[in-house]
Design a protein around this ligand. Structure first.
Ligand code: ADP
Ligand code: SF4
Length: 679
């Protein structure tokens, strides 16, 4: 079977009510950190997905009215004509490539706090918002009528903006889910009580949306195949809802109730295609097409879902972020060029932080408008030779992009294997998929005759000078500090017994302490927690101490915090929060409460310090001279040896340096903002 025939089912058009999807690749609604505030950035990013072959491209959650305002989290909006114009720009860019544009109309109900609009929030009953000390106002009949009017008006604006698919969204804990919920909906009117009553508002919106869009748009419903948690809506009830309303929408976009724990979970905790079984059960209940996600990156898995009839469309958020051109690559049989998502949720984390989307695998996402970056094309360079020192994510990405631009690239790596921290970290529990960052780039490099990689080559400054390349990129990474320096300790912890103190680098090089181990986490992301898992599984008696208020605090933003804490507790690891390690004598650590300063001793034979990293920039310093001197042209440092940060930052730095070498850079258009027209 040829590749073209093997994957042909993925390229069959599909009718969705009055519109037709050109193929089975469906970018489901996903957050971008752009929302209504960065319209050009957003339009260019979504347009790029369509250019890459996604047959349907949707917005993120799109508020219908100022009573649903999720500030500070960036959300799309269709409140007024300005929003219509901005989202029309997105729809236009999607249409330019023959794809359909979808909009996920959304009302947050009690979940939001309306920090920007300052309108009282509304809910099925008065409830606290997710994050703020405010409660919603219980909706009376006139509020329900108003809500229906707002929804309908937003549907009309969506149609005006040119959308082909309009969502009704009774899921993920937002307003319509409150009405569906057994436990939250305590109403005694026709909107409460029986399942039919609880689903009434949802049904009304479906019917009114249909009326408003006529034959112009398809209606999609994003719905949880297993309800949203037994206490709210059991899976039997969810199935009953589909049984009752199954034929009303033109498309069911199925998810599962546990958003953070499963649907949006990282590869540390959940594998590709984990939702399929539950989705398949619901698929049987409707004749309408079904789309669902599962972090699908394997074309074989995708086509198997279509062939078996489990799915009609392959839904993707993260795989479309990591590779906007995934569908075209499958169509053209360029499977080895697919940049597979690693399931790290860095994309989601920065949305949570209010910053435009970024991705560990795809450094160009979010930069399509501002920098004019294309995920597949780079401008030709002026030629010449480049020496890249260090084959971690920064060095690999730089060599890859420089090779594409036509430079003669030599990549020198001290160790016997490429990948730097990615290779080492991917061997830690749950992080195996992270090796894709290395593997994608190695595969591309191997096909480039002008790029040579030399392993087992630790270069000195004399080697670099002797090599005589026109450009030198130093990508030598960073080391974990052995002193305890970090957020908490501004100075080294004194008198540490060197033999009993380890860092993550030691663990990644194979050190396996047993007995009583204390891990001090002042980094607060994943590293200390995965080391705790590794050592506890190996039989050590682990105490995890963090200056944070919970284990792996920052991983709240990647949606991993809860599962991490559960995992540590499940392994019998003692968790000590809001504490620092103040001293260690080889027999015990001295713990200090970060609030009261109260101290206590805790027995430990080994202390593992996960605090901060030291840039490994000695080679760079030797080459450029002292910190006071202007660095010579032609030498720059990139990635962790410049600024220790996430792998995503290193890839981005490598990409930017390579793209902008010789200063043939695309224009940086600055900030995306609307300009005040009349003063
Ligand atoms: P980054 O995340 O910035 O890419 P990493 O720490 O992952 O950084 O990778 C840095 C790589 O550089 C490591 O694989 C390391 O072995 C390599 N390296 C460090 N110093 C030298 C050197 N002097 N010559 C060649 N390779 C080096
Ligand atoms: Fe996938 Fe990570 Fe990129 Fe998100 S940031 S798309 S999870 S690789």
């Amino acid at each position: 079977m040829t590749i073209a025939s093997r994957y042909q089912p993925l390229f069959e058009p599909l009718r969705l009510g009055p519109v037709t999807a050109p193929n089975r690749f469906y970018q489901v609604p996903h957050c971008t950190g752009m929302g209504h505030a960065l319209p050009r950035t957003l339009a260019a990013m979504r347009g790029m997905k369509a250019a890459g072959g996604w047959g349907v491209v949707c917005t993120e959650y799109c508020s219908i009215h100022p009573s649903s305002d999720d500030q500070p989290h960036p959300f799309a909006a269709l409140w007024d004509d300005g929003d219509v114009a901005n989202l029309a720009a997105m729809a236009d860019q999607v249409h330019a490539h023959g794809a359909l544009a979808g909009v996920e109309l959304w009302h947050g109900g009690s979940f939001v706090a309306n920090l920007a609009s300052r309108v009282p929030t509304i809910g099925v009953r008065s409830m606290p918002s997710r994050e703020e000390p405010v409660q919603s106002q219980r909706m009376d009949r006139s509020d329900i009528r108003a809500f229906r009017r707002w929804h309908r008006a937003a549907v009309e604006r969506a149609r005006q903006a040119g959308f082909d698919i309009v969502y009704v969204y009774p899921t993920h804990g937002y307003l319509l889910s409150e009405f569906l919920s057994r436990s939250l909906n305590d109403r005694r009117d026709e909107y409460g009580g029986s399942l039919e009553n609880r689903a009434r508002l949802f049904r009304e919106l479906l019917e009114e949306t249909k009326e408003a869009v006529g034959d112009r748009c398809a209606i999609a419903v994003r719905f949880s195949a297993d309800g949203h948690g037994e206490e709210h809506l059991s899976s039997d009830e969810a199935h009953d809802v589909v049984g009752m309303l199954g034929e009303l929408p033109d498309l069911w976009d199925l998810v599962v109730g546990d958003y953070y724990g499963e649907e949006m979970a990282t590869s540390r905790f959940v594998r590709e295609g984990s939702l399929l079984e539950r989705v398949a059960q619901v698929k049987k209940l409707t004749r309408k097409p079904v789309v669902s996600v599962g972090r699908f990156t394997s074309p074989d898995t995708m086509v198997a879902q279509i062939r078996s009839g489990t799915l009609d469309l392959i839904g993707a958020a993260r795989p479309s972020i990591a590779d906007p051109f995934l569908p075209s690559k499958i169509r053209d049989g360029r499977l080895e060029e697919i940049r597979e998502c690693i399931g790290c949720n860095v994309c989601y984390a920065y949305n949570y932080r209010g910053a435009a989307i970024r991705c560990t695998q795809n450094p160009t996402i979010g930069e399509e408008w501002r920098r004019g970056w294309h995920p597949e094309h780079v401008p030709k360079g002026t030629g010449g030779s480049v020496l890249v020192v260090g084959a971690g994510p920064a060095g690999l990405e730089a060599a890859h992009i420089l090779g594409k631009r036509g430079y003669e690239v030599t990549l020198a790596e001290a160790s016997q294997e490429p990948g730097g921290r990615v290779t080492l970290e991917s061997r830690l529990p749950g992080l195996a998929e992270w090796a894709r960052v290395r593997d994608y780039r190695l595969t591309q490099l191997r096909a480039m005759p002008r790029v040579s990689m030399y392993l087992g080559n630790r270069l000195s400054a004399a080697d670099v000078r002797e090599f005589g390349a026109q450009h030198v990129l130093i990508a030598t990474g960073a080391r974990w500090r052995r002193s305890g320096l970090g957020r908490w300790h501004a100075r080294a912890i004194e008198d540490l017994p060197a033999a009993a103190v380890l860092t993550p680098d030691d663990i990644m090089q194979g050190a396996r302490p047993t007995g009583r181990v204390v891990i001090f986490d002042d980094d607060r992301y994943y590293m200390a927690a995965v080391i705790a898992v590794l050592l506890a599984t190996g039989g050590a008696q682990v105490t995890y101490v963090t200056t944070g208020g919970q284990a792996a605090e920052w991983s709240h933003y990647t949606g991993e915090q809860e599962r991490t804490q559960q995992q540590l507790l499940g392994l019998g690891i003692e968790i000590v929060t809001s504490a620092s390690v103040e001293a260690f004598d080889g027999d015990a650590v001295t713990l200090g409460c970060i609030y009261s300063g109260a101290r206590r001793r805790h027995a430990a034979a080994t202390l593992i310090l996960v605090t901060s990293r030291e840039p490994q920039d000695e080679l760079y310093r030797e080459l450029v001279g002292s910190e006071d001197e202007e660095p010579p042209r032609g030498i720059q440092r990139i990635g962790d040896c410049h600024q220790p940060a996430l792998i995503a930052h290193a890839v981005y730095a490598g990409h930017q340096a390579a793209r902008e070498l010789d200063a043939i850079a695309e224009p940086d258009r600055g900030r995306d903002r609307s300009v005040i027209q009349n003063r």
